[in-house]
Design a protein around this ligand. Sequence first.
Ligand SMILES: *Cc1c(COP(=O)(O)O)cnc(C)c1O
Length: 366
Amino acid sequence: MEFIPISKPSITQKEIQYIMDAVSSGWVSSLGKYVDMFEEKFASYCGTKYALTTSNGTTALHLVLVALGIKPGDEVIVPDITFVATGNAVKYVGAQAVIVDIEEETLCIDPESVKKAITPKTKAIIAVHLYGHPANMEEINKIAGEYGIIVIEDAAEAHGAEVNGKKVGSLGHVGTFSFYGNKIITTGEGGMITTNDENLYERMRHLRDHAMSKEKRYWHTEVGFNYRMTNIQAALGLAQLERIDEIIAKKRLIFEWYKEGLKDIEGIKLNYEAPWAKNVYWMLCFEVEGYTEKQRDELMKRLKEKNIDTRPYFYPLSDMPMFEKKIDTPVAHRVYQRGLNLPSYFDISKENVDYVCEVIKELLKI
Ligand SMILES: *Cc1c(COP(=O)(O)O)cnc(C)c1O
């Protein structure tokens, strides 16, 4: 069997055509029609008034926090299991990342744990839609509403995921996305912010472009950023966005292949889908009940020997030296050790998925 990578973008003639058009137009930096078209189409896809492109998903998060005025002395609640960028962005503005536990089924931030972590200093909650499954936004919004706290969705892994038929990015006060090469859709490097808040949108737009004065070019009254996306990246993004329904349908189909192929194994858990949710299955999640980190790593090594690429679940942020551990997170610590991701990229064949399932069965001695 040929090497089966964990992830690979799907690039068709459409993407190549749009990129060629962007490059040959001469508009290679961040002015150009593709940036506007990508933002407009993304806002309408998510069902928000505004969408703002950024240079990546991390700068999207940073820009949101700066524009919201979050500063040293403030606290921002984040889930223990997420990509490190969620926590780092809070650090960039000098605020404290208050790490809370996750739900065992959805793997997303646990509303009960959030409730317990709220203090008078809490300014925002970052709900991460992990591995393609949306966080329990109804509960999170309810809690945030009670305490007057802002909800930020980190939707970097869940473009198109839904809660009760509404798309992520439109469910909190503001949402962020990533278009890194392994995400649901890609621009190479890139990000997006979605919101219905006009003032926040204008503020983020201003800060993204060096906070340059509107009336007087090259005059600045505060420190801004260059967090823009290029027209070439936006051309790639627009082509990908035009194919997103097809991409998500395929991700859901791949999940069904795995579910069928692994159905005879006891003591394993694959991705969950809550009754109120639409999962976009960004990463295929595979957990072996009772596994330790060592056993999990051994299984990954054995799979690699069979030419199957995998990746471990994210490690708990609270175990990393730059974050403070204030709250116990038993679920996060139980789950990360037993979890790994299996290949589920757009072009993977049924034959390859069947092969992965057979190898797993053999290694787990079924
Ligand atoms: C990928 C990712 C990011 C960061 O996006 P980049 O574009 O790589 O900067 C942030 N949060 C989560 C949950 C991610 O998966």
